[in-house]
Design a protein around this ligand. Sequence first.
Ligand code: APR
Length: 168
Amino acid sequence: MIEVVVGDITRARVDAIVTAANESLMGGGGVDGAIHRAAGPRLARAGSELAPCAPGDAVATPAFDLAPVRYVIHTVGPVWEGGGYGEEAVLASCYRRSLEVADGLGVRSIAFPAIATGVYGYPPAEAARVAVTTLRSATTPPATTSVERIELVAFDEETAAHLRQALT
Ligand code: APR
C-alpha cells in the first residue's frame, strides 16, 4: 500500500501526482516547478481557475502533458514557524484531503512528494511521521478508499531514510 521511492516525482507511473503548491496554484520552484514544467503551461491555467487553495486543502486538475498520469492534485503545505502554529494539523490535512480528492476521482495509485519540507522548512523527520500516520489512518478500515498504491517519493536519500524510518 505505501512504498518509499527515491527519484523525480514527474516520472512516477501512477494515476495522480500530488504537488506541493502555493495558494495561487500557478506553479513555483521545487517539486511544484518540476511538475509544472513536465505538465506544460495548461497546468497553471487550470490551477489559476481553482485558486486560491487554502493551506491544508487540495484540488485536482488534469495532468496534461504528464499523461499517462491522469491528475495533478495540488495541495498547499504549512510554512514551518517553529511548530506552535498548527503546522502539524495543516500538513496532516494536506495528505488527508489529497487522498479524499483522489478517492473521489477513483484514483488507484498516487505519488506524494515530501510536502512542506523544502522551501516551507518543515523538519523532514517530523513531516515523514505526519505523512505516514495520516496516510495509514486514512487507508485502514473502517476508512475506505479507492487508492490501492501510495508512493512516497523522496528526492534525496536523507528524505527517503526519514520516510522509511516512519514506516517501521
Ligand atoms: N521530485 C520529487 N521531489 C522533489 C522534486 C522532484 N522533482 N523536486 C523537489 N522535490 C522535493 C524537495 O527536495 C523537498 O523534499 O520536494 C520536497 C518539497 O519541497 P518544495 O518543492 O520546496 O515544497 P514546499 O517545501 O512544500 O514549498 C512549497 O515552494 O515551489 C514553491 O510553489 C511552491 O510556494 C510553494 C513552495
